[in-house]
Write a protein that binds this ligand. Structure first.
Ligand code: ZN
Ligand code: ZN
Length: 388
């Protein structure tokens, strides 16, 4: 039985010594293995993973490798468990932990950071200068579960207490997996962008971050909130999440439409979530002079950008990695207040044993999957659940 020295456990939540864990083999290959249940150290807890959502970045990692960085290199064939958008129940406390209690439901943000570099000290721990340095004699203590340390496609994982976000019982497991996605949109708009109520926002690309970007922008009091995309069913969800206007870019020029919908002017912010080849140039033309463009998607190819347009118009362009400065806590506050219904983007649930099917649904957008969730318990293998 699991009883490491100095770790507090409870008979209410018995913990086995080993667990099922998916590990990454060759690119695109996932293998179900047994692994020891990890042991929380100082300032860490053991989380029983109750649900984990699949993110586009998981697909990047599984098929291509980056941005995962394991033992200083690519993540393949290193017994590495991916998955990062998970939630669960605290079942064991590392030495000295009294901030959380056993039995408490939590969702997690990903980046613990090293806590000692310049960016970590500024709260920008997702841009930690010691990213991936957590092994051998270069161990700086950095952790980003599912990127630089084992993640959530398994039954248990350790998390630093600074990555935990307590959630209310009124929030379902599936909804709780989406907090971190909303946290990314929050970080881009407020902590990095400085958005204040009444400013105007365009979101380009109705994927998970884009759709929750609409919801967060609306909840923050942005006006108008405009969503652009190519698929009407996704744009419809965007409307339900608070977009004042939607633009199908197959039918209408996106830049012209945005200017028309905003009284002939560009908007204050664009959150670029499409990764389309001309997306940056279009975003730059959608903002007003002095406006800001937040880049949340990464194209695979280098793309030419009209720098002169950016310079002449004093436009701010910034990339966003993950969700720093505790933005996830503020996203959770919106969600627990039911300021928007993030579950609108959750489309499918599969058992953990069926992870490869779940990955296929997410990757190929089978049945127009948006957010696909995997659960270790409570979902029968024979029945995938399609959310309504
Ligand atoms: Zn993600
Ligand atoms: Zn750091």
């Amino acid at each position: 039985m699991y009883a490491p020295t100095g770790v507090k456990t409870s008979t209410d939540y018995p913990i086995p010594d080993t667990m099922k864990a998916w590990v990454l083999g060759a690119p695109g290959e996932l293998l179900l293995r047994d692994k020891p249940v990890p042991v929380p150290k100082k300032a860490e807890v053991l989380v029983r993973i109750d649900a984990v959502a699949i993110c586009a970045t998981d697909l990047e990692i599984i098929y291509h490798g980056p941005p995962a960085l394991i033992l200083g290199g690519m993540p393949h064939n290193k017994n590495f468990t991916p998955g990062h958008e998970y939630m669960g129940t605290v079942v064991a406390l590392g030495p000295g932990v009294d901030e959380y209690r056993i039995g408490q439901r939590v969702t997690v943000e990903i980046h613990a950071g090293c806590g000692q570099c310049k960016r970590c000290r500024e709260g920008m721990y997702t841009a930690c200068h010691n990213y991936g340095l957590n092994y051998g004699d270069v161990d700086k203590g950095h952790r980003a579960n599912g990127f630089t340390t084992d993640g959530g496609f398994c039954e248990y994982q350790v998390n630093n207490i600074n990555t935990l976000v307590a959630i209310p019982d009124t929030m379902s497991d599936e909804e709780a997996t989406l907090v971190v996605t909303a946290g990314t949109a929050m970080y881009g708009l407020t902590e990095l962008g400085g958005l204040v109520a009444g400013e105007s926002v365009v979101v380009t690309g109705p994927g998970p971050i884009g759709l929750l970007g609409v919801a967060v922008a609306r909840a923050l009091g942005a006006h108008p909130v405009i969503l652009t995309g190519t698929r009407d069913n996704r744009l419809k969800i965007g409307r339900e999440l608070g977009a004042d206007h939607v633009v199908n870019v197959r039918r209408e020029d996106a830049v012209a439409a945005v200017r028309r919908l905003n009284g002939g002017k560009g908007v204050d912010y664009v959150i670029e979530c499409s990764g389309a080849p001309n997306a940056v140039n279009e975003a730059v033309r959608m903002v007003n002079r002095g406006g800001k463009v937040c880049l949340a998607a990464f194209p695979h190819e280098e793309t030419p950008v009209d720098i002169a347009e950016i310079v002449r118009n004093n436009i701010y362009v910034y990339g966003i990695r993950g969700e720093g400065k505790s933005a996830t806590h503020r996203a959770e506050a919106f969600m627990s207040q039911k300021r928007f219904d993030a579950t609108k983007i959750h489309t499918h649930t599969f058992p953990l044993d069926d992870l490869p099917t779940a990955i296929r649904y997410a990757k190929d957008r089978v049945e127009d999957a948006i957010k696909v969730v995997v659960k270790a318990r409570g979902v029968s293998a024979a029945h995938k659940v399609a959310a309504e």
